[in-house]
Design a binder for this molecule. Structure first.
Ligand SMILES: Nc1ncnc2c1ncn2[C@@H]1O[C@H](COP(=O)(O)OP(=O)(O)O)[C@@H](O)[C@H]1O
Ligand SMILES: [Mg+2]
Length: 151
């Protein structure tokens, strides 16, 4: 399936850039005429993944978060959030509701659960000391006709 648009953005892993990533992804989606709900879902999920890269992946250390997004003519949106931080030893355990390694620091352990509930797909590739890539996918179901043919 043909990709209609693709962006890549590298930014320093600092909390100020969580909002930047949300804004970039929502601006990227606007040509698809997303619903308010679709936009909110994607922004929330991307925000969780970017926050995780910053607070867990790099955990106060310097680093770069890489955001890549594309959408296809059938309305499938893919967003990859990638860090070269500490990685996750046990991904299945990390994805369980309420699991967190930052207990007591206002982390709920619900980040992956939130991503799963707002997106159609959440894939996690991770290796200790190599880093983590979270792939979020969502099919924007409200399209009446292929995006390429919309005015
Ligand atoms: N990018 C990442 N790098 C390293 N560890 C991560 C990353 N993302 C998530 N984790 C691990 O998975 C756990 C669960 O993540 P999440 O569900 O977002 O909950 P929370 O962020 O509240 O801890 C984190 O506590 C952390 O141990
Ligand atoms: Mg989290």
């Amino acid at each position: 399936m043909k990709s209609l648009n693709e962006i890549r953005l590298d930014f320093p892993a600092i909390p100020e850039n969580e909002g930047l990533a949300r804004m970039v992804v929502s601006a990227f989606l606007l040509p698809l005429n997303p619903t308010v709900e679709e936009l909110a879902d994607v922004k929330t999920a991307v925000s969780e993944a970017v926050t995780n890269a910053i607070v867990h992946g790099y955990a106060e250390r310097e680093g770069v978060v890489r955001l890549r997004a594309d959408y296809r003519e059938d309305g499938l949106l893919t967003v990859d959030v990638c860090d070269r931080g500490c990685g996750i030893a046990d991904v299945a355990r990390a994805r369980q509701p309420f699991f967190t390694t930052l207990e007591g620091e206002e982390r709920s352990g619900m980040g992956f659960t939130v991503m799963e509930s707002f997106m159609d797909g959440v894939e996690v590739k991770s290796a200790p000391n190599v880093g983590t890539t979270v792939r979020l996918t969502k099919r924007l179901l409200t399209r009446e006709e292929p995006i390429a043919r919309r005015a």
